[in-house]
Write a protein that binds this ligand. Structure first.
Ligand code: 57M
Length: 359
């Protein structure tokens, strides 16, 4: 919005020329979202406590210390998404379809998560929205997003494979299925990871910072050409949204860090996960998501292999899946599991960025 208001004034006031620059608006968006979340978090936590919107625990929580977490307010995702929306609307260009897609996916995936949280809180039952309703709803939203990309925006359906510049398989209409897989997979992966204080928030900050860089260079014809990566017009504007996400999550982490004063809830995990999947699609860096979002992938793989092993052999691979429960049950203190997962996340993100010149 500010771009559309301030840029025309640059002829009278040269200083407003600065809003032309995506890098400037990305940083402003980051700081605005950070400040919003930071300032609003305390009143939001107090409001959640007053309304008794507290986390509902599973009846068979194995770790005794998790029992105390039942007093923690949830629905922090509403705060995160609110700050992201306000900051994006302030700093991003309104004539960019990708920006609206990001907000749309965040909103609708967040709504599904909210329904889940609402049922958990109102019925005081940790199971919330039943999987037979939750997954079809997710698939519906993700299919809509896939259709908008494929049909509405005529998005390039070629798959870009890191290190293989010449290999660009065209997925054709199958791109919609691929998009659903990436979007639904990422949102559920973030959701599974969100089981310890700041465990999903930290890696999500790192992932959005990394994708902010990827979005910027993918949408810059000169840098994309120099690095020999696919150039996607209008893609750079997504870095403003990534900035808002990174800022908002960072502000939230201040309160979600151990011992957490608030959880993001499914509204946050699904909304943020959906947006992370979408930014990977829009920057044509879907395969790199396996590395940038490595912690989310590891957590998901631990669940898949645990369930498969138990069904096929009757034996468990991990003491408990997702992976963070395994380490907790091995006796690692919660903060150690969290910080070590953050370290892994940071190293993987740096490794992803280092591939840019190699490709
Ligand atoms: C939701 N929700 C957290 C909070 C957060 C298939 C199976 C692996 C599914 C999995 C599952 O349901 N995972 C998704 C995980 C919950 O946190 C809430 O949920 C939101 C995110 N969706 O924002 O609102 C609890 O996590 C803890 N927490 C923190 N700090 C945070 O910042 O400490 C969350 C955020 C909170 C709090 O205690 O209450 C959750 O873990 O429930 N199910 C499981 O993870 C279960 N695993 C399992 O059954 N494993 C089996 C099989 C099926 C693979 C096995 O290994 O044999 C375990 N979950 C829990 N206890 N809590 C079972 C034991």
């Amino acid at each position: 919005m500010l771009y559309h208001w301030l840029y025309p004034l640059q002829e009278q006031f040269a200083v407003f020329n600065v809003v032309k620059y995506i890098t400037f608006r990305t940083f402003m968006s980051l700081f605005t979202a950070l400040a919003l979340t930071f300032v609003l978090a305390k009143p939001w936590i107090a409001f959640m406590q007053k309304k008794q919107f507290l986390q509902t625990l599973w009846e068979y929580v194995p770790q005794t210390h998790h029992a105390s977490k039942g007093k923690t307010p949830t629905l922090g995702g509403i705060l995160i998404l609110f700050s992201v929306f306000i900051s994006t609307l302030l700093w991003a260009r309104w004539d960019n379809s990708f920006v609206w897609m990001m907000l749309g996916v965040g909103l609708f995936m967040g709504l599904i998560g909210f329904l889940d949280d609402y049922l958990k809180i109102s019925k005081k039952d940790a199971h919330g929205l039943k999987a037979r309703y939750k997954f079809p709803l997710q698939i519906f939203v993700c299919t809509l997003a896939g259709l908008v990309l494929y049909d509405g925006l005529g998005f390039d359906t070629h798959l870009s494979i890191p290190f293989f510049k010449q290999v660009l398989p065209d997925l054709g209409w199958f791109y919609i299925v691929f998009a659903v897989f990436v979007l639904a997979g990422t949102s559920n992966a973030v959701n599974l990871t969100d089981g310890l204080d700041g465990l999903a928030t930290g890696p999500a900050v790192i992932a959005f910072l990394s994708y902010g860089v990827f979005a910027y260079i993918t949408g810059n014809v000169k840098i994309a050409g120099y690095l020999q990566i696919p150039y996607i017009p209008n893609c750079a504007e997504i870095s403003v949204v990534c900035g808002a996400l990174a800022g908002s999550l960072l502000g939230f982490l201040w309160f979600n860090s151990h011992p957490a004063q608030i959880f993001m809830g499914d509204v946050g995990a699904l909304g943020i996960g959906g947006m992370l999947g979408l930014v990977a699609l829009l920057t044509k860096n879907e395969l790199l998501l396996l590395v940038i979002g490595g912690v989310f992938v590891l957590e998901t793989l631990s669940v898949i292999t645990q369930v498969a092993s138990f069904k096929l052999t009757g034996k468990r691979i991990f003491r408990m899946a997702p992976l963070h429960h395994h380490f907790e049950l091995k006796g690692w203190p919660e903060s150690k599991v969290i910080v070590r997962f953050w370290i892994i996340s940071l190293v993987l993100a740096l490794a992803s960025l280092s591939t840019l010149k190699l490709r």
